[in-house]
Structures are given as C-alpha cells and as structure tokens.
Design a protein around this ligand. Structure first.
Ligand SMILES: *Cc1c(COP(=O)(O)O)cnc(C)c1O
Length: 431
C-alpha cells in the first residue's frame, strides 16, 4: 500500500517510509491510497470475535500488503495485551473504556502498535531510530511506555519543567532503559518548537534518524480504528442506530472512526465533543475553519487550537463541508458543564467520568432519540485527573489504580535543558 500526502506536493511513499518519517516531505499528512472495506457478513458474525481477533482483521486491511500475516498477528496481540470493554452507564448510553492499558489512556493503543511496527521494519536493518516527543502530560507517557524496551529505538520525551502533574511526570521519568526524559526550562510550546526544529534541521537529520510519535503518524493513528469495530461488536442493541461520541482535541481518534465507517462499520452518526476549544464545532456550523490559540480547560488533552488531523478529514471527504457535517455533529462544553456532568453521573449512575469522557457522555444525552443507542469513548481513567475529579465528587472518591501507584514509587531521572535549540541539538549529537 502506498501513502500519499494531504498536500499532494510530494510522491506517494511506502508504509516503512511513512512510519519512520511521520510527515510527508511537503509537510502534509500521510493517507493510505485505498481504504478496503468489509463484506456485510463480517458484521453479522463480529460479536463472536474477541477484541484482538477483530483488531487483526482490521489490521490486515491496512497493513496486510506490507507486513507478513504471522508477524502482523504477533504484533497485534503483543500491542493489545488489554481489553477495551463497553460498559453500561445509562439505559441507552454506554462507555467504551479505553483506559485499561499501561498508562490508562487510549493513546496506549496507537503508541504500542506504532512501536512494534517501527521495530518490525528496523529488524531488517541496523538503523537506530530516535523518537522525539513533546508532551504536556499524556502523550509522553503513552509513547514512552509503548516504546519501552523496543529494540532499535530511543525515545526522548521533552516536557515543560514544573508544568505537568506528579502522576504524569512519573510515567515517563522513572522508566530508564531506552527512554530519556528531558526537562525543558520553558513551556509546552517551547518543547514543541524544539522538536519541530529538530525535524527540519538538515545537519542533524544527516547524522540521526528522527521521527515523531504523535497522531500525525499513520502507525499511531490507524490502529485507533480497531476499537470502533470492537464497540460495534460488544453493543447488545443492534436493532437500534449506533451513535458514537468522541472527545476530541487533535482529532486523530475521531478520524480513525471515520475510516472505520468508510470500511463499512454501521455507525449512523459521529459526534465530535469539544471543550471550549471549539474550532471544529464552529467549522461544522459555519463551514469556516478558523484556527486560533488554545485556551486552558480541565479537559486539557483537548486544548488544541489547530487540530492536526483536520487535514485528513478534509481529504477523506474531498473538502465537502456538507458531507463532513452530515457524518459529524458538534457539541462543546465549558468547564462548569463538565464538572456538573461528572457530579451528576457519579451521583445518579455511580459511574466516574474523567473530564474528557464527560464531554462525550453529555453530548449523547443531548443528541439521542429512542431509536438510537450511544457509545462514548472514555479516553482516560479519572485517576489521571484526580485533583479535578476529586474536587467535584469529594476527596478520597477516586481510587488510585495499582498501575499508577507503581509509577509513583519509581525514582525520577531527567536531564534538564534550556529552551534554546542549540543546546538541544548539541545534546542529541552527543548521545
Ligand atoms: C489525546 C486525548 C484526547 C484527544 O484525542 P485526539 O485524538 O487528539 O482528538 C482526548 N482525551 C484524552 C484523555 C487524551 O489523552
């Protein structure tokens, strides 16, 4: 399979290139040149398959041309060593829990898959790949843990000193092995600028192979389609139309759902649930895409002012606003509304939402009619946002899962750097 650039100013490339480079040479995002669908009978029997079996069938459609079947099977089972269950919250609303992986957020799925796919391509060479990732908290932990101990790869996590929570910091500073945490004296934007400059600096790229591991990478983005198929399989109300709501920031997660629909998955409607960063919400209403600086909210993994995967959505729908607005409905919520929902659902349904999932849940309450059933993506465990959630439901009501407690016990190791590009560059070259 070849992958073309959304900017269409560079030549299509193979999967290995797309995964190791991340971005196309014209700065666009890679898209697969074909989206192979399933026959309707696949969906009749899908409930008999496990999550991992479903994921393997979907993975073959994306990566079957480029990865031998046996290796792909091992890769899927090794990456997905946890489940993504569908759990009832209200009579017609269900939670697709994506937080049962090592760092308790949905990014584990894509990060673990990408690490293994990259390693598969590297096995045949003795190349060493350096993954650079700037994080405001969650991405760094998923990527660091996904790539931990994977041969041929070294990960550098850049994070703003003093600006991530202790829980988040412990998830990428205590690992050791092939993970180096760089504590940058600056902001998240400084971290992102250092990483971007590194990718475009010629002399550095002549000496080192550098790649990114955010959702612009096809190997992180496409595997997110797996759990949409699992949501459909586990849904016990197949007589009703299925509505899926996705708490969205950079829109990688939702775009993977749109791919699943294109492959035949019977979803009648997608919802993009935003916080106050409502750029796509406005686009859906007005057909004008007006990116702007992000504002800080309590659903901070969705604080994005110019969603990187929006280019993929435009490409998938050939720039048709009406086609996009037909498949995706938009909702947006303030911090106050998010808190109110967390409290209400905790009191009435005994279900603990995290601030991101709360946006997804709330939009289903607003949208659903009697002929529909809704599933929202619960993108992280509420304990990742303990302070926010406990302020709403009361201290001591958000138990810390064992996996998070383990991270907190580890010893922090990080290297402090200033935010000047030259310091970062000489650091990389000295490694
Ligand atoms: C990253 C993240 C999101 C946003 O996902 P996108 O794919 O960027 O839209 C939502 N919730 C949580 C908890 C996240 O970590």
């Amino acid at each position: 399979m070849r992958y073309y650039s959304t900017n269409k100013k560079s030549n299509p490339e193979n999967l290995k290139y797309a995964v190791t480079k991340g971005l196309a040479s014209d700065g666009g995002l890679f898209m697969p040149e074909r989206i192979d669908g399933f026959e309707p009978k696949f969906f009749k029997n899908i409930h008999r398959l496990s999550f991992q079996e479903i994921a393997f069938e979907v993975a073959k459609k994306f990566f079957g041309d480029d990865v031998e079947e046996k290796a792909l099977n091992e890769l899927v089972y090794d990456a997905l060593n946890f489940d993504c269950p569908v759990v009832p919250v209200q009579k017609n609303i269900f939670s697709l829990e994506l937080f049962h992986g090592p760092t308790l957020a949905f990014k584990d799925v894509g990060a673990r898959f990408m690490a293994r796919l990259l390693s598969y391509f590297l096995e045949k060479s003795d190349e060493m790949v350096n993954v650079l990732v700037a994080t405001s908290g969650d991405t760094g932990s998923a990527v660091a843990n996904g790539f931990l101990g994977v041969p041929g790869i070294h990960v550098y996590v850049l994070y703003p000193k003093g600006k991530v929570s202790k829980i988040q910091e412990s998830q990428f500073t205590t690992l050791g092995k092939n993970i180096t945490a760089l504590e940058v004296d600056g902001t998240f934007d400084d971290c992102q600028r250092l990483v971007k400059s590194a990718f475009s600096e010629k002399s550095l790229n002549e000496k080192l192979t550098l790649t990114s591991a955010n959702s612009i990478n096809v190997a992180r983005f496409l595997p997110q389609a797996f759990y949409y198929f699992n949501a459909y399989a586990r849904n016990g109300h197949k007589d009703k139309e299925l509505v899926i709501s996705v708490p969205s920031g950079n829109f990688g997660n939702l775009t993977a759902g749109l791919f699943a629909k294109r492959m035949g998955l019977p979803v009648s409607q997608f919802i993009a649930a935003n916080n106050e960063n409502d750029i796509v919400y406005n686009y859906l209403k007005t057909a004008r895409y007006e990116p702007r600086s992000s504002v800080q909210t309590i659903a901070n993994a969705m604080d994005v002012g110019d969603p990187s995967n929006f280019a993929r959505i435009l490409d998938l729908y050939a720039n048709s606003h009406s086609a996009i607005a037909a498949d995706i409905k938009g909702y947006r919520y303030s911090d106050e509304q998010i808190k109110e929902t967390i409290k209400r659902v905790y009191d009435q349904c005994s279900y603990l939402l995290d601030p991101h999932g709360a946006c997804g849940y709330q939009s289903l309450e607003a949208y659903l009619n009697d002929k529909q059933v809704g599933i929202f993506l619960e993108t992280a465990h509420p304990a990742k946002f303990t302070e926010t959630v406990e302020a709403v439901v009361g201290a001591g009501n958000v138990p810390l899962p064992d996996k998070l407690a383990e991270f907190m016990k580890g010893e922090k190791k990080s290297i402090e750097i200033d935010s000047a590009f030259d310091s970062f560059k000489s650091f990389l070259l000295s490694q």
